[in-house]
Structures are given as C-alpha cells and as structure tokens.
Ligand binder design. Structure first.
Ligand code: PLP
Length: 395
C-alpha cells in the first residue's frame, strides 16, 4: 500500500543508526556530525572508494548518513529516483545546471526568477561558456521562441518571483521533451506538498530547503531530485564543486520536512485570507495571489497545484513611500528577506530587493513601486489581519 504524503515525510532511510544498537532503533534521525569515517581494513576502504559514492560512507563531502536520510525523504516526496542535498538552494541550482550544460550549450530561463538564479543566467553560466536567454514571458511558447541550436535546458520556477506567476509546466515539459531539451524546475515556492514537477515533465527539481522544507528560518540548504542516472551526474559534480550540506543542516531540513504538510495547509489558508482581505482594502491597488480569480495564472494554478501556497504580493496605491512605510509598520510580521517559514515576512521590492532595476525595468517586470512581497506564516489569521490593518493605516 502506498502511504500518504505526511506519513512518507516521516519515513527516512537508510537506518544506519541501528548498526550498534541491537534491536533498538532511533526514532529521530541521528546527526552524523563526522567529516570522515574510519575503517579497520585498508582493502575494504579502498574497495568502497573504488566502487563509488553509494558503496559506503567514507568522507562527508561525498556521502553522509544524515544527508542520505534527507535525500531519501525528499526523493520520495518528489516522486524521484534519487536526490542530492546541498549547502544552499543556490548550490543545488548551479550544480544541477553545471551537470546538464557544457561550454557551447544554450539554456533558456524564465523571466520570473529569484535574483540569485538571474545572476547564474546573466553572469555565471556565460563565464563558463554557456549561452543563456531570458524568455519573453513564463509561457511555454515564449520558452520555445527563445530556443536555439544547442539549447539543452530550460529553467523555471513552479511559482515565480515576485508576482507569484505559475507557468504551465505540463505544456513546457511537453515542448522540452519533444526537442530533447531538459527542464529544470525550482520548486521552492510550491514545495512537494503543492506540486511534483517531475510528474509534469521536469527532469530535475531543485529546492532551497532554507524555505518551506526546513520551514523554521534556522538553516541554509538545498536539494536536487531526478532520475538516479541524472542524480549520479549531479552528485559527482557536487562532490567536486563541494557545495554539499552539513549533517546538522540536513538534519534540520529533515526535521522540518516531517511537518511540511501541516504547515503548508496553514500557510495556504492564511495566505488566502490575507489575499482576500488585501483585495478589499482601499489603499491596495492590486493583489497577486494564484488562489484569487484575479490572478492571470489562476486557471493554470488550479489545474497544476494542490493548493495556492503561502506567497503573495500586493501593490500599495500610494507607491514607493507607502510600500516602505507598510513594511516598517508591521509589528507581528517581520521585515526580512527569505520566505517559507513559520513567521510572516514582508519586504518592499522597489526600495530593498529590486533596487538594481530602474523604475521602468521594474514596471516591465510587473513590479510596481508600491509592491510588497509577503511570505505568509502560520500565525493565527486574525492576529495577522489585525497587524496588516494597523500597518496599512500608516502606509
Ligand atoms: N530559489 C528561490 C525561489 C529562492 O527564493 C531562493 C532564495 O531566496 C533560492 C532559490 C536560493 O536559496 P538559498 O538562499 O538557500 O541558496
């Protein structure tokens, strides 16, 4: 019998912790805070090193039992053959792209991306000889229009930054598959609870475990998932590039993942209430939330996601100063970057996260001067609405 999502999020393996405990089994995953593993026999150690990273634990940049437990849970939740954990979401993304694209290849990126992924597209990959194009929009036809001879991969976010756009991953996956192009999806905003991009045609799914998987604002980490063959390539790359997760951060991510379903349900219901409240507020010109019929991607979100998530953005009618005043005026919510944790976080795009763009560039990306991004936490919804109400008075 296949277990449900929450049950699977509690089932980790391999259970290396049992080895010296007789019949006893640790219920929580032990933290193997060891950089290296000692062997009594040189031949045995040499054999494990010769046979590759799956053969046993030797050195924690290659493999570590706590990381392996996290990888087994996330691979299962994403419906993947295997997963590789990283020291950050960006390490998961750059290592995955380095595994699929070589010098001379071409990669197409969605325009609705986290800034770090933009930097990879605009600065890092071109320095490695990989050509990149930012598609005209997150629609599949614009990805296709941006493809060239030598296109090997497309990169998109399940729910994009900051206007929470939702690309049709089934359509994009089908276009990629018919051309032999790999689809790499950053599933951070959605988490595996809301969407499994591999089932829609993606080849690699990356997460920043810093966000919903960890869920408590206390770790930096990442993970990539896909077929075993592809993940063998990603793991080999990660061993050499070195962005592997520490055992303790992997443990924190695993501990967070155990409650992902419970937290996501609360994030989704809180966000829907906050979005509905903001949509009716006279100082708010526009709300971006895929759960609202007013969002341009609402229909795609309804068919692709198992809920609409905890991320939203809204535009204050009075522009830049109002956006800044709102984010400085919240008391329960906190003004901070990052997202996906138990606390509600707010941030103003024009004065904090998107200052590198001119007002015109922001406008063409759909980011108005008064745009505030909200990562809705798991607080009691009436407390959150009360906090937003008082902050809007001063905005
Ligand atoms: N992907 C998305 C959508 C993000 O928002 C972020 C960070 O905010 C990252 C990736 C990078 O994650 P990390 O900070 O863990 O490297």
């Amino acid at each position: 019998m296949t277990h449900g999502f929450t049950t699977r999020s509690l089932r980790w393996g391999p259970d290396e912790g049992r080895r010296d405990l007789g019949p006893a089994e640790p219920v929580a995953v032990p933290i193997y805070q060891a950089s290296t593993f000692a062997f009594p026999c040189a031949e045995e150690l040499a054999e494990i090193i010769r046979s590759g990273h799956d053969a046993g634990y030797v050195y924690s940049r290659w493999h570590n039992p706590t990381r392996a437990a996290l990888e087994s849970v996330v691979a299962d939740l994403e419906g993947a053959g295997a997963a590789v954990s990283f020291s950050s979401g960006m390490a998961a993304i750059t290592t995955s792209l380095a595994a699929v694209a070589r010098s001379g290849d071409h990669v197409v990126f969605s325009p609705d991306l986290y800034g770090g992924s933009f930097a990879v597209a605009r600065k890092i990959l071109p320095r490695w000889g990989v050509r990149t194009t930012i598609a005209g929009s997150h629609r599949a036809e614009d990805f296709v229009a941006a493809m060239e001879d030598g296109t090997v991969a497309c990169f998109a976010e399940t729910i994009g930054n900051p206007t929470v756009s939702v690309p049709d991953l089934s359509a994009l996956g089908a276009e990629c598959r018919s051309r032999g192009v790999r689809l790499v999806v950053d599933n951070t905003f959605a988490s595996p609870y809301l969407c499994n991009p591999l089932s829609l045609g993606a080849d690699i799914v990356a997460h920043s475990t810093t966000k919903y998987l960890g869920g408590h604002h206390d770790l930096i980490g990442g993970v990539a998932c896909g077929s075993r063959e592809l993940m063998d390539e990603v793991r080999e790359m990660s061993v050499d590039l070195g962005g592997t997760a520490s055992p303790f951060d992997a443990w924190l991510a695993l501990r967070g993942t155990a409650t992902l379903a419970l937290r996501m349900e609360r994030h989704c219901s809180n966000a829907l209430q906050v979005a509905g409240y903001l949509e009716g507020h006279p100082k708010v010109a526009r709300v971006w939330y895929p759960g609202l019929p007013s969002h341009p991607d609402h229909r795609t979100a309804m068919s692709m996601l198992r809920g609409f998530g905890g991320m939203l953005a809204f535009e204050l009618a009075d522009g830049l100063d109002a956006g800044r005043r709102f984010t400085e005026g919240v008391r329960l919510a906190k003004m901070a970057p990052s997202l996906g944790g138990v606390h509600t976080l707010v941030i103003h795009a024009a004065s904090v996260t998107h200052t590198q763009l001119t007002p015109e560039e922001r406008a063409s990306a759909g980011i108005g001067e008064g745009l505030v991004r909200v990562s809705v936490g798991i607080e009691d919804p009436e407390d959150l609405l009360h906090d937003f109400e008082q902050a809007l008075k001063s905005a």
